[in-house]
Each structure stands twice: as structure tokens, then as C-alpha cells.
Design a binder for this molecule. Structure first.
Ligand code: FAD
Length: 618
């Protein structure tokens, strides 16, 4: 281990944001220290043992396209790969896998260990070194100082975390882990805009105490698709989950004991994730529903615990026991660990720039749950961008980020820094305006070239990607340059109007009923186009008409959107702008007109005023 002085980048926290941040900083050439409470829990999944899902799967593919860790770790630890929304259009399909928590954590640790330039320090960070308004390093709880040009905080649910269960209140970062209390106090003293949020987790059940014979099962996909563009084979066997549901008796037990729930007794005032509600929330918010589905997800191949997805709770122990035993298949279930809610500090992300650096404290970057998000994938995506920018700052390079039209990562960060959060933020495909082109299947084609210019991509991916680009270009040229008569199409089993007009293979593929294989007899090279390229080519063809229109809109918008608003821009000097908008824009400080346009209340007329003033500047 390197001695504790002088790094380019210090990353605080070994969760999903911290590991991606440290890896991105190191990959891009920064001497990096990863400081975390416990080395053994690096890559730990605090809650459900699963990676990906709707919108989240896109983030994992994008992290992977930029050579991040999460996709490869999920492939090494995945035990139930499923493509969600398979029956819907390719743009909204969400890759997901349940993960073996031991194998996932081990994979993250192994991938980190492969990187040079990362030093691991097992310690608690208690303070920041601030000099002349810049963050210059951290102070550990034993008093040691570690200096660096940039510091990335990824403290998750640990900042002044308090676990709530019934009437119990336990200061903790998550079950069994100490809270980061001193650091939370320091951030408050630095006058950072802090708030409180909450999240919760269900009880864990002993696998052998569940009556699996009574349960419906959900199998993995027959042909599982890995997350990483580098993965050729998935190492672990695929397993099934059990499905059960709450009963009228479950609902009665919860309703009778709501006053004992930490959330409903008024003990927690902060907001939890609306899209991942506790079972108490579900009973209160949906009183007409007689049942709620529960997925019983084994936490691993050899792990003795099962995660009952759908019943997170902060009710007292004995109520948790009663409610669980009222569920079919769980009548004899033993609880290995009780569920709980956790309340923690977050920093209002509107205080950050798009590079995830705090505007008021240069040198300090924030990523993950500390910015008001929930989820491993959202954390990992921010970690990668924060780590990269922390490294660029240390190397004297200007900040970089992704635009909304380029990536879900761009949507996520732009939403956070522009709008802030009122509840834990999670990603959905509906948040992306350009979702037809921002697909999970083409994440590498969109982003790996960018990752290469940012020095994020290692030689293995570079080489593989180069070959893939050539294969894609060749396949696209076959589809666009080969055309057939209606008669030839008919002979291939594809019926089109007999109007004598030749059709490109791309136009045939765009027909919803046509499968790629049907083109095989129409060009000798079609059968050799790799299975990995087919979903991309099919989706490109399906959306080709829309994509052209979307592209035209993007170009038109981009013309004005990219007009940069200088950091020292005086909104009070824009004639005609309302006082309310002046105040708002001054507070948010958008980087460019595109970001200003998305601020609530900014009208086209206000944008025109801004543009005129900007263009009139010397
Ligand atoms: P974390 O994964 O929490 O990692 C934080 C890291 O920072 C840890 O390694 C910690 O040891 C370290 N650390 C913190 N402070 C210090 C310090 N001062 N010094 C040194 N090290 C420090 N997500 C969902 O999507 N759905 C859910 O239903 C859900 N429920 C959750 C329930 C619970 C009880 C918890 C705890 C989390 C839940 N999550 C859920 C959230 C999910 O775990 C997080 O979104 C994700 O782990 C955030 O990643 P992160 O890297 O920001 O933080």
C-alpha cells in the first residue's frame, strides 16, 4: 500500500459510485486512493441482489461502454438474466440479472485489483481539508491527513444514517455498519445544502424454511444476454425465483399495526422512493388492492438467505413475523434478519455542475446516493463521471459530461443538477427524450468512442470495439446497398406490394413481421452477420423513419442548445427577464441554453432574451 500522502484523486466510499469513480479515475491516469470503512465490503449490494431493470439496464450498458466495472461484475455474478419488456419495442427493453451477492462483490474487488494506480485505505473519513475555498484532501478518524487535488465523496446512505424499525433508532450506515456522523457534521458546517431522505429493505428469509413446492416460479431467459460487450460466456448457472403474494390477512396485520411503523408513526419525516415503496406504503396508497406480488429471490447460489422483493418494511420484529407468515409458502419461514428503514443526509444536487463538482467548493465531487438518487446503477453512472472529472481536474484538463441526447447517464445527471430531487431519484426510460436512439443494445456504438477520447477505455475493449465497428459498418452497407424485387422478396417468404419497386434489405427488415433470418437467402453474407449485431440492426431498421426525424430535431435544437452561458454571466443585466427567473437562473447557473430551457418556468421568450444578451456580449 502507498503511504498516505499526495494522490491525484481520493475517492471516499467503496460502494457502487465509489468503485466506478476510483476505477474511472485510475483508468484515465490518476494516482487514486480509495478510502472506505471496510475493504471486505467493497462492492456490497446493500439491498436487493439484482443489477439492471427498466432504464437501469441502459445505465449498466453505458457504464460498460465506457469500460466501467458494473456490467462485467454483473456478468460474473449473474444467476438469473432476464430481458424485461421483451414484448415491447427494443428501445424500452431492460436487461436485468439477479446476482449472487458474494460473486458480485468478489468480481468488483477483482476488477479493481487489476487496475494499477489504485491504493486502498481502510479507514473512516471524518473531515475535509479545505484551503482558500478549495478541497485539498481528507482527514481520517485517527487524525491522519491524506492530500489530493480532487476528492470524490460517495457515502451512500451512511451520512448521519439512522436505522428505524418500530420504535428502535440505531445510528448506522446500513445494517451492521457505522454511520458517517463526523463527515455529515462537517458538510453541514461547510453550509452545503443538505436534506434527509429515506429508503427501506425487507426482512431476509432462511431459504430452507420456505415451502418452495407451493410457489409459482419464474425462470431465467433461455438465451441469457450478458451486460458487458466484452463478456463471451456467463460463468454461473441460471436459477429460478419463487413468486408469491400478500393476502387479506397480511393487509389486516399491517393496517392494524401502522401506528408501530417507523414511517407511519411520524418518526421519519423524510421522503422515500415512490417507485420502490414499503409494504406499509402500498397498503395505504392502494387500499383497493387485495394482494401485492412478491418475488422470492435467492441471494446467491450457496447463500442461505432469500430476499422477498416487494415487502420492505419498518414495522417492529413481531409484526414482521406475523405478516410474513400470512403469505402463502412462508407460513413456516424463519427470519434471518429483520427489515428496516434508513434515513440519511443527502446534498441537494443543484449545487453541482454537470461534472458533479460542487460549484461552491472546487475540488469536491459528489456521486451516488449522496446526490439524492437510489439504486446501484444510478450510483455507478455518477461515480464514473465524477471519478473521470476528478482525474481530469488533477491532470489540468477541462470538465466533460454527456448530453441528454447522447446517453441515459446524461439524462440522469442533467435531471439531478437542473431539477434537484424531492424523493430518491431512479431512472426510467420515460425520462429520456431521445430514447429511440439511446438503446441498451447500441450503448457501445454510442459511447465507447467517447470513452476512448477520454482515456477511459483499456486495450482489450479498444481492440474488440474496433473490430465490431468494422463488422457493423459492413452489415449496414449490405442492408442499405442491396435491394430486391417484390418477386425476390416473396421467394424469401416476405410479402410486399407487387408494385415492381425494388426494396432495400433495410426496408424489408423495418417491416414488423420480418425476422433477420428471413433475409438470409437475399445476400450471401447475411448468414455470417454475428448474432450480437442482429438486435442493433433490427432496432435501427425498425426506428429508421423516426430516427431520421429525431436526428433532425436534435440538430435543430443543438444549434441553440450548445450556446454556452459563461460562469460569470449576469442575469440581472438581461433586459425583460422576470425577477423570479433571474433569481432561479442565478441559483441554478445553467451551463448552456439547453439546460436553461429545461428549468421549470423558463419560456421560449425568456430563452430568446438570454440568447440575444449572450450574443451581444463582447
Ligand atoms: P453505498 O453503496 O451505500 O456505499 C457507500 C460506501 O461509502 C460504503 O462502502 C461505506 O462504507 C462508505 N463510506 C461512507 N461514509 C464513509 C466515510 N466517512 N469514510 C469511509 N467510508 C465511508 N436501492 C434501490 O434501488 N432500491 C431499493 O429498494 C433500495 N433499498 C435500500 C435499502 C437500504 C436499507 C439501503 C441501505 C439501501 C437501499 N438501496 C436501494 C440503495 C442502494 O443500496 C444504493 O442506492 C446504492 O448502494 C448507492 O450506492 P453508493 O455507492 O452511493 O453508496
Amino acid at each position: 500500500m502507498k503511504s498516505c500522502v499526495d494522490y491525484d484523486v481520493i475517492v471516499v466510499g467503496g460502494g457502487h459510485a465509489g468503485t466506478e469513480a476510483a476505477a474511472a479515475a485510475a483508468r484515465s491516469g490518476a494516482q487514486t486512493a480509495l478510502i472506505t470503512h471496510k475493504a471486505a465490503s467493497i462492492g456490497e449490494m446493500s439491498c436487493n441482489p439484482a443489477i439492471g431493470g427498466l432504464g437501469k439496464g441502459h445505465l449498466v450498458r453505458e457504464i460498460d461502454a465506457l469500460d466501467g466495472l458494473m456490467g462485467r461484475a454483473a456478468d460474473r455474478g449473474g444467476i438469473q438474466f432476464r430481458m424485461l419488456n421483451r414484448s415491447k419495442g427494443p428501445a424500452v427493453r431492460g436487461p436485468r440479472t439477479q446476482a449472487d451477492r458474494f460473486h458480485y462483490r468478489t468480481a468488483v474487488q477483482d476488477l479493481l485489483a487489476e487496475l494499477e494506480d489504485i491504493s486502498l485505505i481502510e479507514a473512516e473519513v471524518a473531515d475535509l481539508i479545505v484551503s482558500n475555498g478549495h478541497v485539498m484532501g481528507v482527514v481520517l478518524s485517527d487524525g491522519r491527513e491524506v492530500s489530493a487535488t480532487s476528492v470524490v465523496l460517495t457515502t451512500g446512505t451512511f451520512l448521519r444514517g439512522v436505522i428505524h424499525r418500530g420504535t428502535e433508532r440505531i445510528p448506522a450506515g446500513r445494517y451492521g455498519d457505522q454511520a458517517a456522523t463526523a463527515l455529515g457534521e462537517r458538510l453541514e458546517a461547510l453550509a452545503l445544502p443538505l436534506g434527509r431522505l429515506k429508503t427501506g429493505t425487507p426482512a431476509r428469509l432462511v431459504k430452507t424454511s420456505i415451502d418452495w413446492s407451493r410457489l409459482e416460479t419464474q425462470e431465467a431467459d433461455e438465451a441469457p444476454v450478458p451486460f458487458s460487450f466484452l463478456t463471451e460466456t456467463l460463468p454461473l448457472p441460471q436459477i429460478a425465483c419463487g413468486i408469491t403474494a400478500t393476502t387479506a390477512e397480511t393487509h389486516r396485520i399491517i393496517a392494524d399495526n401502522l401506528h408501530q411503523s417507523a414511517v407511519y408513526s411520524g418518526a421519519i419525516g423524510s421522503k422515500g422512493p415512490r417507485y420502490c415503496p414499503s409494504i406499509e406504503d402500498k397498503i395505504v396508497r392502494f387500499p383497493d388492492r387485495s394482494s401485492h406480488q412478491i418475488f422470492l429471490e435467492p441471494e446467491g447460489l450457496d447463500e442461505p438467505w432469500v430476499y422477498p422483493n416487494g415487502i420492505s418494511t419498518s414495522l417492529p420484529d413481531q409484526v414482521q413475523e406475523a405478516l410474513i407468515r400470512s403469505i402463502p409458502g412462508l407460513e413456516g419461514a424463519e427470519i434471518a434478519r429483520y427489515g428496516y428503514a434508513i434515513e440519511y443526509d443527502y446534498v441537494d444536487p443543484r449545487a453541482l455542475s454537470h461534472s458533479l463538482e460542487l460549484r461552491a467548493l472546487p475540488g469536491l465531487f459528489l456521486a451516488g446516493q449522496i446526490n439524492g438518487t437510489t439504486g446501484y446503477e444510478e450510483a455507478g453512472a455518477q461515480g464514473l463521471i465524477a471519478g473521470l472529472n476528478a482525474s481530469r481536474r488533477a491532470r489540468g484538463l477541462s470538465p466533460v459530461w454527456l448530453e441528454r441526447r447522447e446517453a441515459y447517464i446524461g439524462v440522469l445527471i442533467d435531471d439531478l443538477v437542473t431539477h434537484g430531487v424531492t424523493e430518491p431519484y431512479r431512472m426510467f426510460t420515460s425520462r429520456a427524450e431521445y430514447r429511440l436512439s439511446l438503446r441498451a443494445d447500441n450503448a457501445d456504438l454510442r459511447l465507447t468512442p467517447r470513452g476512448q477520447t477520454w482515456d477511459l477505455v483499456g486495450p482489450a475493449r479498444r481492440e474488440m470495439f474496433h473490430m465490431k465497428q468494422e463488422r457493423v459498418a459492413r452489415a449496414r452497407s449490405i442492408l442499405t446497398e442491396t435491394s430486391v424485387t417484390p418477386q425476390e422478396a416473396e421467394e424469401a417468404g416476405i410479402s410486399v406490394n407487387k408494385d415492381g419497386r425494388r426494396r432495400r434489405l433495410l426496408d424489408l427488415l423495418a417491416l414488423p413481421i420480418v425476422e433477420f433470418e428471413q433475409l438470409s437467402s437475399l445476400h450471401p453474407d447475411i448468414p455470417s452477420i454475428g448474432a450480437d449485431l442482429r438486435p442493433i440492426l433490427e432496432a435501427d431498421a425498425l426506428y429508421s423513419g423516426y430516427l431520421d426525424r429525431q436526428e433532425a430535431e436534435i440538430v435543430a435544437l443543438k444549434k441553440e442548445e450548445d450556446t454556452v452561458i459563461p460562469a460569470d454571466f449576469r442575469y440581472d443585466l438581461v433586459p425583460g427577464l422576470s425577477a423570479e427567473l433571474r433569481e432561479k437562473l442565478d441559483r441554478i447557473r445553467p451551463h448552456h441554453l439547453g439546460q436553461a430551457a429545461r428549468i421549470e418556468g423558463v419560456t421560449p421568450a425568456a430563452l430568446a432574451l438570454l440568447l440575444v444578451t449572450l450574443k451581444g456580449r463582447p
